[in-house]
Design a protein around this ligand. Structure first.
Ligand code: SF4
Ligand code: SF4
Length: 675
């Protein structure tokens, strides 16, 4: 049980001591009756010096104060007060809690208004008097960074890191770097600024190149990753503080070519031939003075179509080629692509938009392309001198293995970043491991280089020049309670837990989501300032006069924002007994909170987390939903209508969805009362 601390409440009011239904004088009298509490009512519009004088008189300098600042729209109206408290009085930022009383003002009668204000202050006070500061610590880390892959993004990252003074281990699987220019022929050299990157990497004394490398193992945590690599058959261990992953894309012919037929080329092969010889019709004896080429596909990605159209354009300059292009879906989203397609059409390109991929067969050693022509509504066959197959940009096939070794959640297509908007652009679920450019998606060169820069600046900010700043004591293991069951180790989405003879949380890697705390069977982990003690104390403040009683457990990354916006922007009037409780992530929800809520007299409980695939800690929303479902089963067993416990996902910018969820629960509760 946390020892309660003293609390100083500042009620910031306007020139009058009452506003709407709120009487600050009465509110102050009530607040002063709370245990271990003192109250100052002050007009934040007073001159700065006068405000400071009153604050100094109220808050004795040198003492540790916990200050609850309650006002209407405090971040705007009491901005000067906040500034003085933090900068002049020196209040620890974690001990200054601002409370917006706007929600209380939304009730039409003065009694409801003051009851709600009492309750909002009561909940905030119960949290703040139990708050413990999360300190900041400086941790020594290795400034050395592993850059993995030989894409231009990897090359840019290596050079930029070295430029910032980081020693770089640049490892890639091939004997020499073989970066691709996305959307360009494989034979096209890069433009000068990019071309000079290779020279810069060669010249930098801080970059150690490691060709023919294979990633074998990873131990340790951000700041001290121990990487085991196999290099030309030898095993090497390297210490690095962080990593930037940018493995190059692979080009895969689509569909697979008929076994090496001399008239069926992949796009790369055609590009090489076009580079080697000015004209390629000499390869094929013309039929009736005309050569027919068919390009199949090109629609896997706008960058593939860009390459295809470049090759078509080269071929069209060579009489007597007639070119047909078969597309299922013309993705002309890339800049200049629509114009390139129109130019090719103007040069005589015949475009077939087909619903099924054409079939390729051989007759008398000549490729035949058969397809259903949606214009003629008939199956057609085109005899071709040359068939060119699209090449799909695919992620490095080794990515799955790499993601597994590194403990990363890989994306659905085999990239190294999960499809989750919270991770964009370069973050992974592991602190200190970033993914850029072709490591996370197919993208053009400009975007890949920009992402490399972003990853470099995040890495630099994290590792500095060998010192990292980390929270101190945010997630705490009670070693006396821990039985080393390793549930937390298995479930931590950020891989921040290891163990000696008890679970150990790595403070630089931990994101404070609370998933571990909610799952620990021995309640051995607490998330500071979201402790069980604080949550239960806040629930216990429920005033029996406030009805209907509803506890709402809201993820601070989404639902909490939506709740605030619903009140401020949508003018939502919540039921008087609606008690919002903030969680660091929905994954922190403990089933005990839900069951206890009903024993405290809640009529309904609402749990809200981020939408699917939008959780910052990967599956916090799913964990919350599973717990709600389990609790619903238990409620049904003891005869409580399980519908009184409702789970809803909500995005931070969707206050109306928040409102809908509240209305749905109220509807269920009213049905229950009617029954
Ligand atoms: S889940 Fe709890 S008891 Fe199990 S290892 Fe982690 S801290 Fe220890
Ligand atoms: S709070 Fe979240 S990130 Fe930190 S150790 Fe627990 S599960 Fe991992």
């Amino acid at each position: 049980m946390t020892k309660l601390k003293n609390l100083d409440i500042i009620l910031a009011h306007g020139p009058e001591l009452s506003a709407g239904g709120l009487d600050y004088y009465q509110l102050g009298l009530w607040a002063a009756s709370l245990p271990r509490t003192r109250v100052l009512a002050v007009n934040p519009g007073l001159p700065r010096e006068e405000l400071l004088r009153r604050l100094k008189a109220f808050l004795y300098l040198g003492e540790e104060h916990r200050v609850l600042l309650a006002a209407l729209d405090p971040l705007r109206r009491a901005r000067l007060l906040i500034q003085l408290l933090l900068q002049e009085i020196g209040i620890h930022p974690e001990f200054l809690l601002t409370l917006d009383l706007q929600e209380a003002l939304s009730y039409p009668d003065a009694k409801a208004c003051s009851l709600k204000a009492h309750h909002l202050i009561g909940v905030a006070a119960s949290m703040l008097t139990r708050a413990e500061p999360v300190g900041v610590q400086e941790l020594p880390v290795s400034p050395r960074v592993l850059v993995w892959g030989d894409s231009y993004a990897a090359l840019k990252a290596a050079v930029s890191l070295a430029h910032l003074g980081h020693p770089v281990l640049w490892a890639y699987p091939g004997p020499t770097p073989a970066p691709l220019l996305p959307g360009a022929p494989v034979t096209e050299p890069p433009e000068p600024p990019v071309a000079s990157l290779l020279t810069a990497a060669d010249a930098s004394p801080l970059i150690s190149k490691v060709p023919k490398a294979r990633f074998l193992e990873l131990e340790g945590q951000v700041g001290h990753f121990l990487v085991k690599l196999e290099i030309s058959g030898e095993i090497r261990q390297e210490l690095v503080g962080g990593m930037i992953l940018a493995p190059e894309l692979h080009l895969t012919p689509n569909p697979k070519p008929l076994a090496d037929h001399f008239r069926i080329f992949s796009l790369s092969e055609l590009e090489r031939r076009l580079k080697e010889q000015e004209k390629i019709e000499g390869l094929f004896p013309p039929r009736d003075g005309l050569l027919q080429a068919a390009f199949i596909g090109g629609d896997s990605h706008p960058l593939s179509l860009k390459r295809t159209l470049k090759a078509i354009s080269r071929l069209q300059t060579q009489d007597p080629w007639q070119v047909a292009l078969f597309l299922r879906d013309a993705k002309v989203g890339a800049p200049g692509l629509e114009a390139a397609l129109e130019a090719a059409l103007a040069q005589g390109l015949i475009l077939f938009k087909v619903s099924e991929p054409p079939k390729i067969s051989l007759t008398d050693d000549l490729p035949q392309v058969s397809f259903f022509d949606p214009v003629m509504l008939s199956r057609e066959v085109l005899a071709c001198d040359l068939v060119v197959l699209d090449e799909v940009y695919r992620p490095d096939p080794d990515n799955h293995r790499l993601a597994h070794l590194l403990g990363l959640f890989s994306g659905p297509a085999g990239f190294l970043q999960k499809d989750n908007v919270r991770l964009l652009p370069v973050v992974t679920n592991r602190q200190g491991i970033y993914v850029a450019g072709p490591g996370r998606a197919v993208m053009d060169l400009d975007q890949a280089l920009a992402e490399a820069d972003t990853a470099v600046s995040m890495c630099h900010e994290l590792l500095g020049q060998g010192l990292a700043f980390a929270p101190k004591g945010r997630a705490v293991v009670d070693r006396g309670r821990c039985t080393l069951c390793l549930t937390c180790y298995r479930l931590c989405p950020h891989r921040a837990i290891s163990w000696d003879n008890r679970a150990v949380i790595h403070e630089l890697a931990c994101q404070g989501c609370g998933t571990c705390a909610a799952h620990c069977p021995n309640e051995a982990i607490q998330i500071r300032n979201f402790t069980d003690d604080q949550v239960v104390a806040a629930m216990a403040t429920l005033d029996p006069r406030l009805t209907p009683k509803i506890f709402a457990f809201l993820c601070q990354n989404s639902a909490w924002e939506a709740y605030q916006a619903a009140i401020k922007e949508e003018g939502l009037i919540l039921p008087l007994g609606f008690i919002p409780l903030r969680l660091p992530c929905a994954g922190k929800l403990d089933i005990d909170y839900l069951l206890r809520g009903f024993t405290y007299g809640a009529q309904g409980i609402l749990v809200m987390g981020c939408p699917l695939d939008n959780c910052r800690s990967d599956q916090g929303n799913c964990h919350a939903l599973w717990r709600v479902e389990r609790a619903q089963g238990l409620l049904a067993e003891v005869g409580i209508d399980p519908r009184r416990l409702l789970y809803r996902p909500v995005a931070a910018n969707a206050p109306r969805d928040f409102q809908d969820a509240v209305m749905s629960l109220l509807e269920i509760l009213s049905q229950g009362q009617a029954a």
